[in-house]
Design a protein. Sequence first.
Length: 101
Amino acid sequence: MQRKVVRFLSTEQFESEGRNKGPIYEEGQEYDFEASFADRWLQRGVADLVKEYSDDPVIDAADPEQVAVLQQAIEDRDAREKAELAESLAQSRANLEALLG
């Protein structure tokens, strides 16, 4: 799961339990959140991103060069499949047009 550590620029309250009720995040303090929850504070401009990471040990241990090679291989495969599908669609369209006359 993607996670983010943010530092609050002002004291903020997450009113999860009703008006003026819920956790308070103190100005200058760092908090570790799931990425989507951290994004809420970052988008509001009340926090700065300190770091972003994954709590998945497999992803953390991955070699960046190996990841880049795998990513390129996946993109190449997807491009081939897209071309094959386009060709198949064109052939099906031609067959249909031939049948319809």
